[in-house]
Write a protein that binds this ligand. Structure first.
Ligand code: ARG
Length: 588
């Protein structure tokens, strides 16, 4: 089963072929003039151009071929040769009946399943996670859910940054504060203490101090870099200390992702690839792909037709340490070998575009990645504050995720009280609802913007129960749940969906278009298509319900059909919101 649009595309393509034109011209798009049709086909114009004929004549011949089609109510020509399409009411009703019983709700699984490794989340340990990392997690999670639903094998990996210079900075800072700790004594033979020498709070307090100090003082920075190199080369005391830093930090990170309902198959940080990095570097050096340049080891990745300069990839610093790109190259090699991935996706800030371009070129040039493997950087825009600059807290720092969740929950509680929503629930259920509403507000506000756009973080707007917001969607879904409950109490049961006679027609047409929203998201790696659809569905359902009084309807057949439409609408909401990583409360 697939969408009405793709079914129409199928029959139109056939008509074009039969008339001697390219079948691709049969593509169907949504109507630009809903007053004239539900869908339209613009292929006659392109066909006319290449055949040097009148487009209206071509449109006529296409229409003639389709006259008898069981799916079509009416075809008409508008303007220079657009074909407007109206589908038979009966056909839509039949289609919806089939969808209701289908666990995929009409969104057929792919015929060519990929094995997709998806890299998202990926914060740096010991540094506070910022809203950019949150965005990666929210978008990445929606994509992993969708890909699995559509039948792909998905392996998600939180590629945490745990092997970079921030580690050296922290080690130096701690050494300054507590030089007597055994980790700094080269003659210490171990074993090192199991208990961490500091708390998570200390660690979080220490990082900004260390980072500022190093950035202000070249000498200190050089020291931090040297210490990082020693760590990477395996100095025992540093490794032991580093493990404490990582463990402390991972514990909160895991809680944070848990509270957002985001899960990963793996948490293989950069450090996991330490051995692989050395091996690959040696191999690339031996094979002549990597060259020495001013003491460093680089791969040249310029290509003949470059219009901008693409700097070489640096594999090893002159001081001997590995870099961000080195770990990414080793990671790609691993994901292909161990995960058998044929697609590797990176949901990472679009400002890292050059990095990925360099890395992708390097792995292709060196044969680490064969041409049939897809590598894609799924870049996203910045989350800005009201001043248009990247979002910071009032104190100017980055917001801790746990504080953010607290904040959105509080905001949701306020809004619920204002709107008189969920006020008669128990305290516990009310809080649980507020948490769901808050997280829905946060996630939906992020996902509804096309991933490549920047947006302004405005909690007040995100948390409203009106307009294009997560809370509005939840409210609508819960409303349907309560209608269905009431129907059950009154012994009203759903029946077969029958041909529309009035206001339910637009809802029915929309309900049939769910697959397009999913496929568009899949194709563009853009959950905003699912958000747009969910919002349209909510609006359309509310319009329908205002005019079609399900519970008061006298005609039993019609009543059963309307109730079934409400039921299908809820199923579509449940699917869409689940794919967006948003939970629907039972009541509000
Ligand atoms: N840790 C990096 C950062 O915070 C993001 C890592 C993205 N993934 C990757 N494989 N490079 O900027």
């Amino acid at each position: 089963m697939s969408s009405i649009k793709s079914k129409l595309t199928e029959i139109f393509s056939q008509a074009f072929t039969e008339c001697g034109y390219d079948g691709k011209l049969g593509v169907i798009v949504e109507s630009q003039r809903p007053d004239l049709g539900q869908f339209q086909c613009n292929g006659a114009l392109a066909a006319a151009k290449s055949a040097k004929k009148n487009p209206r004549e071509i449109a006529d011949s296409i229409i003639e071929k389709l006259e008898e089609n069981e799916m079509l109510e009416e075809l008409s020509i508008a303007g220079p040769g657009f074909i407007n399409i109206i589908v038979k009411d009966d056909w839509i009703a039949k289609h919806l009946n089939a969808i209701t019983d289908d666990p995929q709700l009409g969104c057929a699984k792919t015929l060519q399943p990929d094995t997709i490794a998806i890299d998202f989340g990926s914060p740096n340990v010991a540094k506070p996670m910022h809203v950019g990392h949150l965005r990666s997690a929210i978008i990445g999670d929606a994509l992993q859910r969708l890909f699995s639903f559509l039948g792909h094998t998905v392996i998600s990996d939180n590629h945490v940054g745990d092997w970079g210079t921030q580690m050296g900075m922290l080690i130096c800072e701690l050494k300054k504060r507590e030089p007597k700790l055994p980790y700094f004594d080269p003659s210490f033979r171990g074993p090192y203490p199991d208990k961490p020498p500091l708390s998570l709070n200390d660690l979080e307090e220490m990082y900004p101090v260390a980072s500022k100090r190093c950035n202000d003082d070249e000498q200190l920075m050089a020291e931090a870099v040297a210490v990082t190199d020693e760590l990477q080369q395996g100095r025992n005391g540093y490794i032991a200390l580093w493990k404490h830093f990582v463990n402390l930090s991972l514990k909160t990170l895991k809680q944070d992702y848990d509270s957002l309902g985001i899960r990963f198959d793996h948490w293989l940080g950069e450090s996991f690839y330490a051995d692989r990095m050395s091996k690959i570097v040696n191999r690339l050096r031996e094979k002549g792909y990597a060259q020495e340049s001013e003491g460093a080891l680089i791969i040249n990745v310029t290509e003949e037709n470059d219009t901008k300069e693409i700097p070489p990839v640096m594999l090893v610093k002159s001081s001997g340490g590995f870099l961000y790109a080195t770990s990414d190259i080793a990671t790609i090699d691993y994901r292909i070998e161990k995960f058998k991935a044929n697609k590797i996706l990176y949901v990472v800030d679009k400002r890292q575009g050059l990095h990925f371009e360099q890395v992708f070129r390097a792995v292709r040039k060196t044969g680490i990645v064969k041409p049939d493997i897809v590598l894609e950087h799924i870049g996203f825009g910045t989350v800005n504050g009201p001043d248009g600059k990247p979002y910071k807290t009032r104190e100017g720092g980055v917001m801790r995720l746990s504080d953010l969740i607290e904040l959105v929950t509080q905001k949701a509680e306020e809004r619920m009280e204002e709107a008189g929503i969920a006020q008669d629930l128990s305290k516990e259920e009310n809080l649980d609802t507020a948490r769901k509403v808050g997280i829905a507000a946060l996630k939906f506000a992020d996902l509804m913007n096309h991933r490549t756009s920047d947006y302004v973080f405005d909690l007040d707007r995100f948390s409203r129960f009106e307009g294009k917001t997560g809370p509005y969607l939840l409210y609508t879904a819960v409303r349907i749940k309560s209608i269905l409950r009431k129907a059950e109490e009154e012994d009203v049961t759903g029946g077969e969906i029958i041909s529309p006679t009035g206001p339910e027609r637009t809802l029915m047409l929309l309900l049939s278009q769910l697959p397009d929203a999913l496929y568009n998201t899949e194709e563009g790696y853009a959950p905003s298509y699912m958000c747009d659809f969910a919002y349209n569905l909510a609006q359309e359902f509310n319009r329908f319900y205002k005019e079609c009084h399900i519970l008061r309807e006298k005609d039993k057949k019609r009543q059963g059909s309307w109730l079934e439409l409400a039921n299908l609408c809820l199923k579509e909401f449940e699917l869409l919101l689940d794919l967006l990583g948003i939970q629907i409360p039972e009541r509000m």
